[in-house]
Write a protein that binds this ligand. Structure first.
Ligand code: DC
Length: 223
């Protein structure tokens, strides 16, 4: 069974998807981590992020694997465990350049489909999982929240990690990311037509997880 969870940056979909997977005993695929791993490789090679050819070269030489035995699965880039390096500002920024290159998206989509097939039961999250990667998914969810709420969550996360940021700066970044994610030509962020939309602005993490589980477990038989 494949369950897709898409949504914008800061909607909380990664933590929700991970928890839903854990409770169902499914594997969890974080596709943002794949774009981030290529972003990390691009930073390390110091390529020009505005040059798609250079990014494609980096992507072709970046072997991305997951250790599915770990919860959440560890990301392995050319044999090196890199999960702990994927959350930085530099890597996030690089990933957002990587994610607009059609040839790289094609490679990622293909690899994600193969992973889905191999895992069987999976909760996968990203921007294009229900639309492009798994159009036949058994359940599709789209989690959203107001930009202000998403900025507040990100701001609190960063402050808790000891990073100094202004709320306004975080909100501006969220709005800019939304625009890039929604306006790109290949695999843009959009709600799959047949997805169940959850607005998490006023919901707790636990309430979002429960709503998803209720739909999946309540359906008896997937569509
Ligand atoms: O969800 P995230 O912030 O970890 O994603 C990192 C980057 O990758 C972000 O710029 C959006 C992009 N992305 C994407 O384009 N498609 C996906 N399926 C997942 C992430």
């Amino acid at each position: 069974m494949i369950i897709t969870i898409d949504g914008p940056a800061g909607s909380g979909k990664s933590t929700v998807a991970e928890e839903v997977a854990r409770r169902l005993g499914f594997s969890f695929l974080n596709t943002g981590h794949m774009y981030r791993a290529i972003g990390l490789a691009a930073r390390r090679r110091e390529v020009d992020l505005n040059n798609p050819m250079e990014l494609v070269f980096v992507a072709k030489h970046a072997r991305i694997e997951f250790d599915w035995e770990q919860v959440p699965p560890t990301v392995i880039l050319n044999g090196e465990k890199v999960t702990h390096l994927l959350g930085s500002k530099e890597v996030s920024e690089a990933a957002s350049y990587v994610a607009v290159v059609p040839q790289i998206r094609e490679m990622m989509v293909h690899q994600q489909q193969k992973i889905g097939q191999m895992l069987g039961n999976v909760v996968t999250e990203g921007r294009d999982q229900g639309t492009i990667v798994f159009p036949q998914a058994d359940f599709k969810f789209y989690i959203d929240a107001s930009p202000e709420e998403r900025a507040h969550r990100r701001y609190n996360q960063m402050r808790n990690r000891g990073e100094y940021v202004e709320y306004k700066e975080v909100l501006d970044q969220i709005l800019a990311r939304d625009k890039r994610d929604r306006e790109r030509l290949v695999g843009p962020l959009e709600k799959p037509k047949d997805a169940i939309e959850i607005d998490s602005t006023r919901l707790s993490f636990e309430e979002v997880v429960r709503q998803i589980l209720a739909k999946v477990e309540g359906a008896g038989k997937p569509k």
